[in-house]
Design a protein. Structure first.
Length: 231
């Protein structure tokens, strides 16, 4: 496994959702019904920032798989879970488009080169979640070519995070559990929604959901985000 440089999140490390999706796919965490996929969601815990352009290996342990860097340090842990993520209700495409025009990251982004939500990334997913009056986030997403499991995981990452990210306080993904029912098709215009359900100190629990053009639920996630120290 290699997290290529174009899939960056914070400078010098992989986007959390994309990286977690790569790790999950390596141990059979693809869409439901795909070869090797489990019956329940797959949960990935990031133990350190995923390094870019670095060969990583999967090492089986009792009840989990560890992802190791070349020095043997644990980058992430992957496990099956029976705890299905809640679903964030959808919005229509027009509402998602309107929310995206007020995306805070367009004017103040902690990591503007993020592959998923960075406005400065030249060929990223460009998912720009804006806040709705009820606290949810929503964004449209035009699906790029070459869709794979990691693409679905990445799309479910940042829309949840932007439910808690605020000016001057960057957050990063710590843990994410994803249930993918199916992958969208290249060219589809999907809608992604997010919601923060709790926030205490430097830890927040968020949920996100991905909907296809017809409004069908394609995937949903539960994630823990961690605020970085400031000052």
């Amino acid at each position: 496994m290699i997290i290529e440089g174009r899939y960056a999140g914070p400078p010098g490390s992989g986007n959390g959702g994309w990286s977690a999706g790569v790790f999950a796919a390596a141990v059979g965490g693809g869409p439901a019904g795909s070869p090797g996929s489990g019956a329940g969601p797959v949960e990935v815990t990031l133990r350190r920032p995923p390094p870019l352009d670095t060969p990583l290996s999967a090492v089986d342990q009792p009840g989990r798989t560890e992802i190791h860097d070349p020095a043997g340090q644990v980058v992430a842990e992957v496990r099956q879970t029976d705890d299905f993520p809640p679903v964030v209700p959808p919005v229509d495409l027009a509402t998602a488009r309107a929310a995206a025009t007020a995306y805070p990251g367009l004017v103040d982004h902690p990591f503007p080169g993020c592959y998923v939500c960075g406005p400065a990334h030249p060929d990223g997913l460009r998912i720009f979640p804006g806040r709705l009056p009820d606290g949810r986030t929503a964004a449209p997403w035009r699906v790029p070519p070459g869709v794979r499991t990691a693409t679905g995981w990445a799309a479910l990452d940042c829309p949840g995070g932007w439910a808690v990210i605020s000016v001057g306080r960057p957050w990063v993904l710590g843990r994410i559990a994803v249930r993918l029912t199916a992958l969208p098709r290249p060219g589809d215009e999907c809608v992604v929604t997010g919601l923060a359900t709790s926030c205490e100190g430097r830890k927040a629990l968020v949920h996100s959901s991905l909907y296809g053009p017809s409004g069908v639920l394609l995937g949903h996630a539960r994630a823990t985000w961690i605020a970085l120290p400031t000052g």
